[in-house]
Design a protein around this ligand. Structure first.
Ligand code: SAM
Length: 345
């Protein structure tokens, strides 16, 4: 994805008029192929500094998001663009100084808004926007999670529908999820499970587990889903160690323990069972695969790539397991965050 950003300083008393002119542009943009979204942000008016001749001003920042840079450049050179700007003379008297322009590739998913992706592929954005259908309950569940201040680290609807599709293809009935959060991914898993399906979802934070348990009861989903509170590393080797003949295990929790969860899952999956691991790219960290964690450049996990050495080490072990284990056939699907998919032979 590509974002073009413009920043303008506008005379405060002209701010409303400026905003109106600038918003009109959106209707032009939305007709153009490759355009994804537009945002206009407006600051509070600044007070003029003492002794300065400058009037009070407002800063506007506009973002237009494009599938890629070439779509944006096509727009810039189009007649369409000229038409959209034909009324621009109206704004000349409003703006203090020239607009500042910046264009950059996006590291954030601008469509889902609250989802942090390492890098969204064009396809997943287009599909999530136009193809994926959340149920009313799922939309309400997301809103409820937001009200309850769950962090916005759930899977996206794209990954949800992918999960549902894979599990349906697999005829899944019984499985485990590591990392419940607000129950959103569980809601997609439940869409795939039959009436007598059985989902065990594990959550470290007791208050999260309690809230989801309550919510699933209210939704009538508790007959198929049990939320287990506690550290998955203890739950899986303790009370849940006897689980077997599983159709799937979906891992979406602490990245450092992914290999441990995968090792637990392999002997417990039935033949043809699925092992699914979200965030398999750990926000760019796996570009260093298969280097040893100790050899990573110091800067690699300090800049925009927000993974730690432990997360890299855990995911590296998980990748090795998926790619080398004699009982698995695996791939990493190139979703925004990477989805490890392994089927037991
Ligand atoms: C990315 S969120 C899960 C999102 C959820 N699967 C969804 O998409 O709706 C990760 C969750 O895993 C939980 N978690 C982290 N470490 C864990 C552990 N050791 N055992 C169980 N849960 C853990 C966190 O508390 C968090 O709620």
């Amino acid at each position: 994805m590509f974002i073009a950003m413009n920043s303008f300083q506008v005379k405060a008393d002209q701010a409303d008029a400026f905003e109106q002119v600038w918003r009109e542009r959106e209707s032009f943009l939305s007709e153009f192929s490759g355009f994804v979204g537009f945002q206009l942000l407006r600051s509070k008016p600044s007070e003029p500094t003492e002794g300065s001749e400058l009037p009070s001003s407002v800063t506007f920042v506009s973002h237009s998001t494009w599938l890629n840079e070439s779509d944006f450049l096509e727009w810039v050179n189009s007649d369409h663009m000229k038409k959209a700007h034909s009324g621009k003379s109206k704004t000349t008297g409003m703006v203090l100084g020239p607009p500042r322009f910046q264009g950059f590739e996006v590291m954030m998913n601008q469509v889902a808004g609250d989802r942090r992706d390492y890098r969204s592929t064009h396809q997943d954005i287009v599909v999530e926007k136009n193809f994926v259908r959340e149920s009313k309950e799922q939309i309400a569940l997301r809103e409820w999670a937001q009200e309850k201040n769950f962090p916005a680290i759930r899977i996206g609807a794209f990954e949800g529908q992918l999960l549902e599709t894979l599990l349906r293809a697999n005829g899944a009935k019984k499985g485990v999820e590591v990392g419940t959060l607000g129950g959103y991914s569980a809601s997609w898993i439940l869409r795939a499970l039959p009436e007598d399906g059985e989902l065990h979802s594990l959550e470290l934070e007791a208050d999260r587990a309690a809230l989801v348990t309550e919510k699933f009861k209210e939704l009538g989903w508790d007959n198929r889903a049990t939320i287990h509170a506690g550290d998955a590393r203890d739950l899986l080797t303790g009370p849940l160690s006897d689980l077997k003949d599983l159709d799937f295990v979906f891992i979406d929790a602490d990245k450092a323990s992914y290999a441990q969860y995968a090792e637990w899952a392999i002997p417990r999956l039935r033949k043809g069972g699925l092992l699914l691991a979200d965030n398999a790219y750990i926000w760019g960290g796996m570009e260093y695969f298969p280097n040893d964690p100790e050899t990573l450049p110091e800067l690699a996990h300090k800049s925009q790539k927000t993974f730690t050495n432990n997360q890299y080490a855990g995911m590296r072990r998980c990748w090795k397991l998926l790619s080398e284990h004699p009982e698995l056939s695996s791939i990493i699907l190139p979703t925004g965050e990477g989805l490890g998919v392994a089927v037991k032979r």
